[in-house]
Design a protein around this ligand. Structure first.
Ligand SMILES: *Cc1c(COP(=O)(O)O)cnc(C)c1O
Length: 406
């Protein structure tokens, strides 16, 4: 018997309802940083973590555990099909907290060599220098290389579902099997593909999001999410050894509330980002451009992606066009922003309008030229995060006019 495919939208819907304090349709914001202990004799047990809000005790302190942040975590955990979720101050703090927790005492990481620039710098520079945590970078498509690297006893296998900015899809199921075999914790950054991929359903142990991107959808908050087992969340929140507790990357409850208003329409937005990106990528390809989009048959991982994703959510909002030289890339972006009003030249992604950037000179500039070459980042590569505004036909006309002038 096979299980029906996981439906992240349905899963989140069933976890969503949390009435506000006065019966409001939205949940309430608990802004207090500290919570009243009803009788003094309960304090020691509450402090020892034995009497939480579910055991007749209460919340303790906002850096540790906030009810509003907790409800948001529950919604996102449901979306990922995870036991538990927790909000953090940023995507990068979610990543650093998880890695520092798992690799305490100088354990090592095996990671994809194509990563968000900040994550790359964390692994390549910060963690070895400051925490004695080293990383072996591998081509995540090359399962033999991953296997070989894991044989040295790494504690963590790390990848992005869709690599940034090369848009190669990781084979989550196969990597999960390898991680299990070598006793590594498999951590997946699912920032580019919320709802589209459900890595925990395919064997990942921890899923991380930069909620700054699609989950926010409005480029107005910096936030992160960790989804994992209940026991790992408890470890992260431990009063003596937990990195969430002691490094303090706390999500503000008001941010959690704002994000809770975006989650219900994340599904609709992801579908729309995907269908618009698909339309544009097809047009660009027919127009003879060197476009990379996982929805195109021409994409090397099209089949893998198609087999593994949650079908109704499409292929995501990002594609790249290789303009070959930095000059042509700059000219295209300049025309698109300043003459055509097609979108904005800005880093980041998942915004309701189109954002475009040249990764070699921006989000991947933490990587050396060599590392960029190895990762397949061409200097003329332009990354588009396709927005939801305007008519898609008009957007294509703007794109076409700009390309004709380059
Ligand atoms: C932006 C981003 C991050 C970092 O998230 P912040 O919220 O900016 O800290 C991590 N991974 C990916 C894939 C990202 O795009």
């Amino acid at each position: 018997m096979t299980n029906p495919p996981f439906d992240p939208q349905q899963a989140m819907e069933s976890a969503r309802h949390e009435f506000g304090e006065h019966g409001g349709v939205n949940m309430s914001i608990e802004a207090s940083t500290t919570f009243t202990v009803m009788t003094p004799d309960l304090m020691p047990e509450i402090f020892a973590g034995q009497l939480g809000p579910n055991e007749g005790g209460c919340y303790l302190y906002g850096r540790h555990f906030n009810p509003t942040v907790f409800v948001l975590g529950r919604m996102v955990a449901a979306m990922e099909g995870a036991q538990a979720g927790y909000g953090t101050a940023s995507g990068l703090s979610a990543i650093s907290s998880v890695i520092m927790q798992l690799c305490a005492g100088g354990r090592s990481v095996v990671s994809s060599n194509t990563l968000y620039g900040g994550t790359y710098a964390l692994f390549e520079d910060y963690l070895p220098k400051n925490c004695n945590i080293s990383t072996t970078f591998v081509d995540i498509q090359d399962l033999d290389a991953v296997k070989k690297a894991l044989q040295d006893g790494a504690k963590v296998l790390f990848t992005e579902t869709l690599s940034n900015p090369t848009l190669r899809a990781a084979d989550i199921s196969a990597l999960a099997t390898l991680a299990k075999k070598y006793d590594a914790t498999f951590v997946v950054d699912n920032t580019f593909t919320p709802m589209i991929f459900s890595p925990i359903q395919q064997g990942a142990d921890v899923v991380i999001h930069s909620a700054t991107k699609f989950i926010s959808g409005a480029s107005d908050v910096i936030a992160g999410i960790i989804c994992c087992s209940k026991s790992f969340i408890e470890e992260l929140m431990d009063l003596h050894l937990g990195s969430l507790m002691l490094l303090g990357p706390t999500m503000d409850p008001i941010v959690a509330f704002r994000l809770s208003l975006r989650l219900p329409h994340l599904a609709a937005r992801m579908k729309e980002h995907g269908s618009r990106a698909m339309f544009m990528a097809n047009k660009l390809q027919d127009f003879g451009q060197d476009v990379v989009y996982p929805g195109l048959d021409s994409h090397p991982d099209h089949e893998l992606f198609t087999k593994a994703h949650n079908k109704e959510f499409g292929y995501g909002g990002l594609f790249t066009v290789d303009m070959k030289t930095t000059e042509r890339a700059s000219k295209l972006m300049d025309l698109l922003q300043n003459e055509q009003q097609f979108g904005f030249i800005a880093v980041s992604l998942g915004y309701f309008d189109t954002l475009m950037s040249c990764p070699g000179a921006s989000t991947s500039s933490e990587m050396s030229e060599d590392a960029q070459n190895t990762a397949g980042i061409s200097p003329g590569l332009v990354r588009f995060s396709i927005g939801l505004t305007g008519s898609v036909e008009e957007r294509w006309n703007q794109m076409k006019k700009a390309i004709e002038q380059c």
